[in-house]
Ligand binder design. Structure first.
Ligand SMILES: *Cc1c(COP(=O)(O)O)cnc(C)c1O
Length: 247
């Protein structure tokens, strides 16, 4: 992938991604505004974040609490940043839960009851209502985080923890998130995204009081397949900002 050094490139790539999102949605009879874009800024400097905000990005995704906090603090006085939502998309260690609740607006990567308990405690303390997604490992890849959900026959084993999580008064469970393994051929991610959609239907039946509206799935390499399968949030980094300096 070419290096994208200036703001013109970022603006162009951003527009291109928006167009692809719209085209893909239209192809399967969905509206473009049913798919929200999170621009993943992990591994990119604050200068690039400013450019992408200027270009119109409304939601920024970060994976590491410390890296994100540093950037958020540096951007404090930057005009435009107050309208931006910060999305935590990476695995969070328990001891970082407090920082994450303090600095983030939306959490994609809730992957354990233990973490939910920490989030609940700090959200209560900071008097915050925290929207979260449950991260599901539907691919079975060992390196992936998330509740173990690759085997349908084991889905009922997840229900006890999920029931506890949705009962937390300061957490609003909005849906599910997953990350597919990287495949040269994006088509191979399709069964993985389908499994997440199926899991969502199952959870909807068991817990009809929860809307389960959001499906956060799809990245630079596979977002079109994810949108075809029903993604409502795509998390895109490289296709807009180019290769990362650090990860
Ligand atoms: C890094 C990352 C992304 C974005 O990946 P790109 O290939 O840069 O689009 C999306 N989701 C998660 C969870 C990530 O860690």
């Amino acid at each position: 992938m070419e290096t994208l050094e200036n703001s013109t490139h970022i603006a162009e790539q951003y527009q291109k991604v928006l167009e692809k999102i719209a085209e893909t949605a239209a192809r399967v009879g969905r509206r473009a505004n049913e798919v929200k874009l999170v621009v993943v800024t992990k591994g990119h400097p604050v200068e690039m974040i400013k450019q992408v905000i200027e270009t119109g990005a409304k939601r920024l995704g970060e994976n590491y609490a410390e890296e994100a906090v540093e950037k958020i603090n540096q951007l404090r006085d930057y005009s435009g940043v107050e309208k931006v939502e910060w999305h935590m998309i990476g695995h969070v260690q328990s001891r970082k839960a407090e920082t994450v609740v303090q600095y983030f607006d939306f959490i994609h990567s809730l992957d354990s009851l233990k973490l939910a308990e920490r989030y609940e405690r700090f959200a209560d303390q900071f008097n915050k209502q925290l929207p979260v997604l449950l991260e599901m490992n539907v691919s079975g890849e060992e390196s992936k985080f998330g509740f173990p959900a690759w085997d349908k026959s084991g889905w009922d084993k997840l229900l006890k923890d999920i029931e506890e999580i949705i009962s937390k008064p300061h957490l609003t469970v909005c849906g599910l998130m997953t990350m597919a393994p990287y495949f040269e051929n994006a088509e191979k991610t399709r069964p993985i995204f389908r499994r997440l959609v199926e899991l969502r239907s199952y959870l909807k039946q068991v817990f009809p009081e929860i809307a389960w509206n959001e499906l956060s799935m799809g990245m630079s390499s596979d977002f079109e397949v994810a949108i075809e399968e029903g993604a409502t949030i795509v998390r895109i980094g490289q296709a807009i900002l180019g290769p990362r300096k650090t990860t």
